[in-house]
Design a protein around this ligand. Structure first.
Ligand code: NAI
Length: 451
C-alpha cells in the first residue's frame, strides 16, 4: 500500500520504517531539511535500539523528502507532527492544522485516502481535520474519497521499534467501514505477525497476536489520553508511597515488588524515583485537564499525579541538600541527561530541572550521558554544566553523584574506580537503579528513593 507520513520525528520515523519493513511503499515527509538529508543517507536522526538496522533493511521501500508528494489512487496518510502545550495547557494544533492543509492541497482527483491522526490530539480532532480537508477539496473543486481516522500511538521511547512491531493492541477510531478496512489491510502483517522478525528486534516469547480495537474517533482520542494519564498516575502513586516509606522506614522497592505481583496491579511503572519526564506525560495530562475544564469538569486524580511528579523532582534536590548541607560551591555529578534510558530525548527531562535548581543554589555541575550529550549541547548551549566523556571522568572531584537516568549501562558502573576519584562519597540513586550493597562496598554512602 502507498503510505505517506507527515512528520518524521520519534513517532513518524518509527512508524514509517516499520511499515516499510512490512512491505508497504512509504514516503516520509519532514519540513526540516536536516532531518530529511540525514535519513536519505541512511543515518538515524534519533537514538532508538534497532532503528538504524531496520532503516537500512527497509531502504528500498522508503523515501524521505521535504515536500508532500501528489496523493493519487489508494493510500494512507499519517499525520505525526508535534502537538505541544499551549499556555492554557491545551494541545497546540497549529502543526496538525498546517499538515492537514498541506495534505489536502496534494490530493488528486479520484484519490481514495484515509488520513490518520497519529499525533496525540484532543477530542474532536478527527472531525476538525476532516473539515480542513473537505473545505480545501471543495475550494479546488477536486472530487476524491477521503476519510479521517484516529489511530493513536502507544510506543514508548527507548523501545519504539519493538513496540511498533509487537504492539499490545491497535486502536482505530473511524466512522466509515471503508476507512477501517483500509487500515486493517495496512496493519494486517502486524495483526497476524506474518513478517520475519528482524534479528535486532526479535519477537518476544509468548507474544499474543494484538487485538484490533475499532471504535469511534472520539473514543480512540480519549483512549490515548486515558492511557498516558493512567501510566503517569501509576508512577506518581508509587512515588507518593515512596515518600511515606522514607518516613516509616520501609523499602519501597520491596513494597512495589510485592504489590506488582498481584495480577490486578502488574509490575510495570512501579519504580519509585525522580518521577516521569519526556514529551508526552506532562503535555498529555495537562491537555486532558484543559479538555475537562472546557466541560467545567475537574479531574483531581490527574491533577494530583502532576503535583506529585513536580514535588518528586524537588525532593531529590532536598535530599541532596540534606546530605551535603551546603550546595553552594559543591560539585555534583549527574549520571544521565535523557528523560529515561535508551533514548536521546531531553524533552521535560528531570535532569534539566535538577540542573536549574542546583545552579540556582550555587553548585558546580558535571554531567554524563551515553547518547544525549550532543542533543544537550545543541538544544541548550547555555546549560551551566561540564560534559564528561565517561562516568569515571564525571566522578573526578565530585562531592556527590546522582543517578538521574535509568540507562542499563549505569547498572554496571565501575563504582570503586569512581569513588577513588571523588572528593566526597555521596551516591544519590534517584532511580533506585543500583545495588545498595555494591555501592557501600565501594565506599560510597548510598541514598535511594523510598528505601
Ligand atoms: P517530534 O517533534 O519528534 O516530530 C515531529 C516532526 O514533525 C518534526 O520533525 C517536525 O519537523 C515535523 N513537522 C512538523 N510540522 C510538519 C509539517 N507541516 N510537514 C512536515 N513535517 C512537519 O514529535 P514526536 O515525539 O514524534 O511526536 C509526534 C506526535 O506523536 C505528538 O502528538 C506526540 O504527542 C505523539 N506521540 C509521541 C510519542 C513519543 O514517545 N514521542 C508516543 C506516542 C505519541
Amino acid at each position: 500500500m502507498n503510505v505517506t507520513i507527515i512528520g518524521t520525528g520519534y513517532v513518524g520515523l518509527t512508524t514509517g520504517v516499520a511499515l516499510a519493513y512490512l512491505g508497504h511503499r512509504v514516503t516520509c515527509v519532514d519540513k526540516n531539511p536536516r532531518i530529511v538529508e540525514r535519513l536519505a543517507k541512511g543515518e538515524a536522526t534519533i537514538h532508538e535500539p534497532g532503528l538504524e538496522e531496520l532503516l537500512r533493511r527497509a531502504a528500498s521501500h522508503l523515501r524521505f523528502q521535504t515536500a508532500i508528494p501528489d496523493l493519487k489512487g489508494q493510500g494512507v496518510v499519517f499525520i505525526a507532527v508535534g502537538t505541544p502545550t499551549k499556555h492554557n495547557g491545551d494541545a497546540d494544533l497549529q502543526y496538525v492544522d498546517a499538515a492537514a492543509k498541506e495534505v489536502a492541497e496534494r490530493i488528486q482527483p479520484g484519490a481514495r485516502l484515509v488520513v490518520v491522526n497519529k499525533s496525540t490530539v484532543p477530542i474532536g480532532s478527527a472531525r476538525h481535520v476532516e473539515g480542513i480537508i473537505r473545505r480545501s477539496l471543495e475550494g479546488r473543486g477536486t472530487e476524491a474519497q477521503v476519510w479521517v481516522a484516529s489511530n493513536p500511538e502507544f510506543l514508548a521511547e527507548g523501545r519504539a521499534m519493538h513496540d511498533t512491531l509487537y504492539p499490545d493492541r491497535v486502536v482505530i477510531g473511524a466512522d466509515d467501514p471503508a476507512a477501517v478496512g483500509l487500515l486493517h489491510d495496512l496493519y494486517a502483517p502486524l495483526l497476524e505477525q506474518t513478517f520475519a522478525p528482524p534479528v535486532e528486534t526479535p519477537r518476544p516469547e509468548r507474544y499474543a497476536l494484538p487485538p484490533l480495537i475499532t471504535t469511534t474517533p472520539t473514543s480512540a482520542e480519549l483512549t490515548k489520553y486515558a492511557a498516558n494519564a493512567f501510566l503517569a498516575t501509576k508512577i506518581s502513586f508509587i512515588n507518593e508511597f515512596s515518600r511515606l516509606a522514607e518516613h516509616v522506614g520501609a523499602d519501597i522497592t520491596e513494597v512495589a515488588r510485592a504489590i506488582g505481583l498481584d495480577t490486578r496491579i502488574g509490575p510495570k511503572f512501579l519504580q519509585a524515583g525522580i518521577g516521569w519526564g519526556g514529551s508526552c506525560f506532562g503535555k498529555d495530562t495537562r491537555a486532558i485537564l484543559a479538555t475537562a475544564k472546557s466541560y467545567d469538569y475537574a479531574m483531581p486524580i490527574v491533577e494530583s499525579a502532576i503535583l506529585v511528579n513536580e514535588r518528586q523532582r524537588l525532593h531529590v534536590i532536598d535530599k541532596l541538600q540534606r546530605h551535603l548541607k551546603v550546595l553552594r560551591g559543591t560539585t555534583v555529578g549527574l549520571l544521565g541527561l535523557a528523560f529515561k534510558g535508551n533514548t536521546d530525548d531531553l524533552r521535560d527531562a528531570p535532569a534539566l530541572t535538577l540542573i536549574e535548581h542546583l545552579h540556582e543554589r550555587g553548585a558546580v555541575i558535571k554531567v554524563h550521558d551515553p547518547v544525549a550529550m550532543d542533543n544537550a549541547r545543541r538544544l541548550y548551549p547555555e546549560l551551566p554544566v561540564t560534559y564528561c566523556c565517561d562516568p569515571e571522568a564525571l566522578a573526578a572531584g565530585c562531592d556527590a553523584l546522582v543517578v538521574v537516568t535509568d540507562w542499563p549501562e549505569y547498572t554496571r558502573l565501575p563504582l570503586g574506580a569512581m569513588k577513588a576519584r571523588m572528593k566526597g562519597e555521596l551516591l544519590l540513586d534517584a532511580r533506585n537503579l543500583l545495588n545498595p550493597e555494591s555501592a557501600r562496598e565501594a565506599g560510597l554512602t548510598y541514598v535511594g528513593i523510598g528505601r
